[in-house]
Write a protein that binds this ligand. Structure first.
Ligand code: ZN
Length: 232
């Protein structure tokens, strides 16, 4: 059972993003491209546009002025794009990208840029994710790890959950010895609203398996990131 919207119901621009996350560049599924002409799409009932229009009125703006006429439609499409991760099929994403190999050293992918939306304010938070795991037989194609981050980032999120979801996904799919994920991000809801100092970076981490149990593993991971392990 899945809460994903079937790809055929998605607007073309959103499907393109979903397809990009699921597939390697260049291996577009011709079937998907064909389906992309199909309308209608979820949210095509005009209610989002109506709601944005109402917000404009309520904050004292004139939705009819030139610069704002297209805004409700643009905002609607933007939210569909920024939340396209809900529609990504993890099976398709990892399809053909998990390999059996005899390798048991730590794999580290650093500085994965991401953009997400804070679910409390619907404002962006963005930064970098750093992902590591120690394989036990199975490895995943390196280019897939940023896609996993993107699948979870393109949703309404809190940073802690994003961090945990990436770690748990890899733990489940690869059954490795352990996984470590560190996410560093700036939250516009904090920076713009002056709750915290602008430029403050929030760091979250999720460590599973060996990364949780073994101080040396955790220290090695944080050394890769050029920082001391928390509590070390
Ligand atoms: Zn927020």
């Amino acid at each position: 059972m899945s809460d994903r919207t079937e790809p055929r119901d998605l607007h073309e621009s959103i499907r393109r993003i979903v397809t990009e996350i699921e597939n390697e560049i260049g291996d577009d599924d011709p079937e998907l491209l064909l389906e992309s002409a199909i309308e209608p799409r979820p949210g095509a009932n005009g209610r989002v546009e109506e709601a944005v229009h109402d917000i404009l009125v309520e904050i004292g703006e004139d939705p009819a002025r030139e610069g704002l006429v297209g805004t409700p439609d643009r905002v609607h499409r933007m939210y569909l794009e920024l939340t396209a991760g809900y529609h990504v099929d993890p099976e398709r994403l990892i399809n053909k990208a998990i390999f059996d190999v005899d390798y048991s050293e730590m794999v580290v992918v650093k500085d994965i840029p991401f953009y997400s939306l804070c679910e409390h304010h619907l404002l962006p938070f963005f930064g970098s994710a750093h992902v590591a795991y120690i394989p036990s037989r199975r490895v995943i194609g390196l280019s897939k790890i940023p896609r996993v981050v993107e699948m979870y980032a393109r949703r309404l999120q809190v940073q802690e959950r994003l961090t945990k979801q990436v770690a748990e996904f890899l733990m489940e799919r690869l059954e490795p010895e352990g996984v470590g994920v560190v996410v560093e991000a700036t939250h516009l809801c904090a920076a713009m609203r002056g709750v915290r100092k602008p430029g403050t970076v929030m760091t979250t981490s999720s460590v599973l398996g060996l990364f949780r149990r073994n101080d040396k593993t955790r220290a090695e991971f944080f050394a890769h990131l050029g920082r001391p392990a928390p509590g070390a």
